[in-house]
Design a protein around this ligand. Structure first.
Ligand code: NOJ
Ligand code: MG
Length: 616
C-alpha cells in the first residue's frame, strides 16, 4: 500500500516531488504561464466539491461511496480540476448527513473503510489531484462516546464532564419546571431552540444545529487538544487540506447574554417556528476567540505537516459579510485560513439578478480582501439550491464563467459543470433534517433538491448506481443529455464550456493574478478585464462580458467603458475565445459594439496572438 511508502518517506519529505506540479501532467493539457510556488497550489486550480452520498455508488446500495469516487478520479483530469473536497465521510448516524460525527478518525461503513480512503488519496495523488476533507470542529453526534460519557454525570472525576456546553437553568428564572428556564434565547441557524434539557445531568446542553449535534466546549483545553489530534490524524494520512465547517459557532459569549431582537426582522407567514434572523446573533455567533483557535490549528498542526512540496491548505466556512469574513485570513505573522469561502453569490435570486447586483457583490468582496491575499468564488454547494434555480437556467453557464474567471480560486459543486438542475422531493421522501423537522414548510428548508445523484451517462440511475432505489431520486433530465457522457460528445454542452474555461484559466497568465478592472457595468451587463502581470505583457488580456439582464440582446461599447476606467486597449477588434453557448468561438468582434444574447458570456482575447493554439 502506498501509504506505507509515505510513512517511510516521512523523514525525507523532499522526495515526494511526485505531488508537486504533477497536476494536469497526465491531463489533456499542460500548465503554461506563471508557475505558482509549492505553498500556492490551491491558487491555480479549481476546488471541486464532492457530496460523497451522491457522487458514485460502487456497491449498489444506492448511496455513493469512496470506491465510487476513486473509480471516477480520471474525470477530474479530463475536466481540469486539480483538487477535490469531500463533504464528511466519517462515522455518523447521519441525522445531518455526516455533519453529526460519532468518530472523527474513522470512515463510516456506508462510505467504506480507512483502507478505501488511503487508496483514494494514493490514486488521486498519482494523478496529481489534491484531496481536501471537511473538518467539523464545533460539534459531535450525540452518539459520540465523548458525549455519551459526558451525559452520565457532572462528577469532577468524569474526564468528559466539560467536553460539551452544559448549563444550569437560567439564574433567577422562576418556574417550577427547570426545562422552562433555558439559559439564553439563542436561536439555531436551523431555526428553533439551541438548548436541550437532559434529565440525568439535570442541565441543558447547547447545540447550534440539531439536538443530535451537541456543541463541543472549547473552553476546556482537552477539547482543543482532541481536535488538534483529529487534524493531525488526517494530515498523517496525506490529506492536502481542510474545509473547516461552521467556524462562526465554535465559542459563545462567556457571560451567556441574550441576543437582542433584530429590528429589521419581518416575520414570514410561513414561519411557524422561532426564526434565526429574528435576533441579532451577536452573542451566540462570531466570538473573537475563534481566531486564536484557527491560528493554533494552522501554526501547531498544519504548518508542522507543510514541508515542501506538501503545503496543507485551509478554507473556512461561515456565512457573514466580507468585512467580518476576511479576519479568517489571519495576519502575515499568524495566518489562519488560505481563504474564507466567499458566499457573496448565494443569497442572490432571479428577481434581483442584474449586472449591477453582481458588480456590487464582487466589488464588496474585492475591496475587503486584504492586500496580498487571494480571493475565491462559490456559486453553489450542498446547502443552497442549485444556481439554475436561484438565478434561472439561462444564467447557469454565465455562473460558471464568473466563478472560473474572476480573480482567485473557484469552487465547483459537483454537477455545476454539467448544468445539473435541482430535483423535486416530496415530503415523504425528504431526507434532510432541516426539511423533515419543518413539516409546515419543508420545501423552503429542505436541501435535498441540490443533493441529487451525479449524472454520468444514459444508463439506469444516470450511471450513478445499480440500485433499484437511490437515496435521493436522480433528475430525469439525464435522459435528455444532461450527463457527463453525452456532454463530452457535444461541443456546445455546458461541460465543453466548463473545460474550455478551466483550460484558459490554467493556461493564460492574465488569469493568474488577484486583480481585474471593470468594463461596462449596467443592469444588463457585468464585465471585467483580466490582464497579465507587467512582466508578461506580451501575453494576451481578456475581456469577460456577461449579459445578466432580461433583454434578448444588449450591445455595448467596451472600448470607451474601459477607457473611462483608465484602461486603454490598442485595438477595437477582439477574438472570441470562449462563448458560453460555445457557438461563437473564434469570431472576430468589434469591441465598440459587442453584442450579447440573453444570459450569454463572452471571453474575448485582446491584443495580438490572443487565440489559444489548442482546440477548445
Ligand atoms: C454546515 C454544513 O455545510 C451543513 O450542511 C450542515 O447542515 C451544518 N454545518 C450543520 O451541521
Ligand atoms: Mg454505496
Amino acid at each position: 500500500m502506498a501509504t506505507a511508502l509515505h510513512w517511510l518517506l516521512l523523514g525525507s519529505l523532499s522526495l515526494m516531488v511526485s505531488l508537486e506540479r504533477s497536476v494536469f501532467w497526465r491531463g489533456a493539457f499542460l500548465i503554461e504561464g506563471r508557475e505558482f510556488g509549492w505553498r500556492e497550489w490551491w491558487k491555480n486550480t479549481i476546488i471541486y466539491q464532492i457530496y460523497p452520498r451522491s457522487f458514485m455508488d460502487s456497491d449498489g446500495d444506492g448511496i455513493g461511496d469512496l470506491k465510487g469516487i476513486t473509480s471516477r478520479l480520471e474525470y477530474f483530469l479530463d475536466i481540469g480540476v486539480g483538487a477535490i473536497w469531500l463533504s464528511p465521510i466519517y462515522r455518523s448516524p447521519f441525522v445531518d448527513f455526516g455533519y453529526d460525527i460519532s468518530n472523527f478518525t474513522d470512515i463510516d461503513p456506508i462510505f467504506g473503510t480507512l483502507d478505501d480512503f488511503d487508496e483514494l488519496v494514493d490514486h488521486a495523488h498519482d494523478l496529481g489531484i489534491r484531496v481536501i476533507l471537511d473538518f467539523v470542529p464545533g460539534y459531535t453526534s450525540d452518539q459520540h462516546p465523548w458525549f455519551v460519557e459526558s451525559m452520565k454525570n457532572r462528577d469532577y472525576r468524569n474526564p468528559y464532564r466539560d467536553y460539551f456546553v452544559w448549563k444550569d437553568p437560567k439564574p433567577g428564572c422562576v418556574s417550577s419546571d427547570p426545562r422552562e428556564c433555558i439559559p439564553t434565547n439563542w436561536i439555531s441557524p436551523f431555526d428553533g431552540p439551541t438548548w436541550t434539557w437532559d434529565e440525568t445531568r439535570q442541565q441543558f446542553y447547547y447545540h447550534t444545529f440539531t439536538k443530535e449535534q451537541p456543541d463541543l466546549n472549547y473552553l476546556d483545553p482537552s477539547v482543543r487538544e482532541e481536535m488538534k489530534n483529529v487534524i493531525e490524524f488526517w494530515m498523517k494520512r496525506w490529506v492536502d487540506g481542510l474545509r473547516v465547517d461552521a467556524i462562526a459557532f465554535i465559542i459563545e459569549d462567556h457571560y451567556m447574554r441574550d441576543d437582542p431582537p433584530n429590528p429589521n426582522f419581518q416575520p414570514s407567514e410561513l414561519a411557524t417556528r422561532v426564526v434565526h434572523h429574528s435576533t441579532l446573533n451577536i452573542y451566540s455567533h462570531n466570538h473573537p476567540d475563534h481566531h486564536e483557535i484557527v491560528k493554533s490549528w494552522r501554526r501547531e498542526v498544519m504548518e508542522k505537516y507543510s514541508a515542501e512540496p506538501n503545503y496543507r491548505f485551509m478554507m473556512t466556512e461561515a456565512y457573514n459579510k466580507p468585512a467580518i469574513l476576511v479576519d479568517y485570513y489571519g495576519t502575515d505573522d499568524d495566518p489562519e485560513a488560505d481563504f474564507p469561502l466567499n458566499f457573496q453569490f448565494m443569497d442572490l435570486h432571479a428577481k434581483d439578478l442584474s449586472g449591477t447586483a453582481i458588480f456590487n457583490l464582487v466589488d464588496e468582496w474585492m475591496h475587503n480582501v486584504p492586500d496580498g491575499k487571494w480571493p475565491n468564488w462559490v456559486v453553489g454547494n450542498h446547502d443552497n439550491y442549485r444556481i439554475g434555480y436561484r438565478w434561472g437556467m439561462e444564467y447557469a453557464r454565465a455562473a460558471n464563467v464568473l466563478c472560473l474567471l474572476l480573480p482567485g480560486t473557484p469552487t465547483t459543486y459537483y454537477g455545476e459543470e454539467l448544468g445539473m438542475d435541482h430535483i423535486k422531493v416530496t415530503f415523504e421522501e425528504t431526507q434532510d433534517p432541516w426539511g423533515k423537522n419543518n413539516p409546515c414548510c419543508w420545501e423552503k428548508y429542505s436541501r435535498d433538491p441540490e443533493r441529487s445523484p451525479m449524472q454520468w451517462n444514459m444508463e439506469k440511475n444516470a450511471g450513478f448506481s445499480t440500485a433499484e432505489k437511490t437515496w435521493l431520486p436522480v433528475h430525469d433530465n439525464y435522459k435528455m443529455g444532461v450527463n457527463v457522457e453525452s456532454e463530452q460528445k457535444d461541443p456546445t454542452s455546458v461541460l465543453s464550456l466548463y473545460k474550455a474555461l478551466a483550460r484558459i484559466r490554467m493556461q493564460r497568465p492574465a488569469f493568474h493574478t488577484n486583480a481585474m478592472d471593470y468594463g461596462i457595468v449596467t443592469d444588463d451587463i457585468f464585465s471585467f478585464i483580466r490582464r497579465p502581470n507587467p512582466d508578461e505583457s506580451e501575453q494576451p488580456s481578456y475581456l469577460v462580458a456577461i449579459h445578466l439582464g432580461k433583454k434578448s440582446i444588449v450591445i455595448g461599447d467596451y472600448v470607451n467603458a474601459l477607457l473611462a476606467n483608465g484602461v486603454t486597449i490598442d485595438s477595437s477588434e477582439g477574438v472570441v475565445e470562449i462563448s458560453s453557448r460555445m457557438d461563437r468561438n473564434g469570431e472576430t468582434v468589434n469591441l465598440e459594439a459587442l453584442e450579447l444574447r440573453l444570459g450569454e458570456a463572452l471571453v474575448v482575447g485582446i491584443g495580438k496572438d490572443s487565440l489559444l493554439k489548442t482546440e477548445l
